[in-house]
Design a protein around this ligand. Structure first.
Ligand code: DX5
Ligand code: ZN
Length: 221
């Protein structure tokens, strides 16, 4: 483990109460956690729908000041970047798999005032994101096939996390290395050992009987 970042628990709003999303986000803020993971789905790149920029804007209007880590699971993310930036996103991550001009999209995220992230699915090799790792703030290695919360952690992704961490070290880079899908304390520890530092947790966080204890345990990873 050689991450330049301390472990960060990043709860996923997708697992919150969709009739009270502000209340779910306030649980996160109330624990002193700085980040909130916002999953955006288009029904094309992934076979599900979630929420859109208006939801983020409404959370801002409700007074939430969390860092919105916005995960776009979209075939054409470039079409929506400015809308999410205006709505209050702080970081926007885009998948490497669909065909669009990734470099132009990352530049648009940056000029829109947000941090940048590049995402790869469990079956996508690390090499696919290698051209971008020198210019992004975050690399997200999906540990489930995206689209739904509550899936089982894909242990076969762990060597890829270690590979990305090795590149980060060798090239003296400082991007965050995030994992997303099936993350609980045990699977997070495996990812931490491989170099991950940013842990998206949906189901395990919102179903925890003692969220404060859960967050404290993550901080000790
Ligand atoms: C999956 C999403 C995840 C999801 C994780 O497509 O990208 O962020 O909310 O949910 P859990 O933690 O339940 O696997
Ligand atoms: Zn996500």
């Amino acid at each position: 483990m050689s991450s330049p970042h301390p472990p960060l628990l990043n709860p996923s709003l997708l697992a919150g109460d969709h009739s009270h999303l502000a209340a779910s986000a306030r649980i996160v803020a109330g624990l002193g956690l700085p980040w909130l993971h916002c999953d955006i789905m288009d029904g094309h790149f992934v076979p599900n729908l979630s929420f859109g920029p208006e939801t983020l804007a409404a959370l801002r209007r409700a007074g939430l000041k969390l860092f919105f880590d916005t995960h776009l699971m979209l075939d054409e993310p470039q079409r929506y970047i400015e809308a999410f930036a205006r709505a209050g996103a702080n970081l926007i991550s885009i998948h490497v798999e669909p065909a669009y001009d990734h470099r132009a999209a990352l530049a648009l995220i940056r000029t829109s005032g947000c941090q940048t992230g590049i995402v790869l699915n469990p079956g996508t090799p690390a090499e696919a994101v290698e051209p971008f790792i020198g210019e992004v703030d975050l690399v997200l290695a999906m540990t489930v096939q995206p689209g739904f919360g509550g899936q089982s952690f894909r242990r076969d992704v762990v060597p890829k996390i270690a590979r990305l961490d090795a590149w980060r070290r060798e090239r003296n880079l400082s991007f965050r290395l995030e994992v997303d899908g099936g993350i609980d304390l045990a699977t997070a520890a495996e990812c931490r050992a491989a170099g991950a530092d940013t842990f998206v947790a949906g189901t395990s966080f919102f179903r925890a009987t003692d969220p404060a204890g859960f967050a404290a345990a993550f901080a000790r990873l």
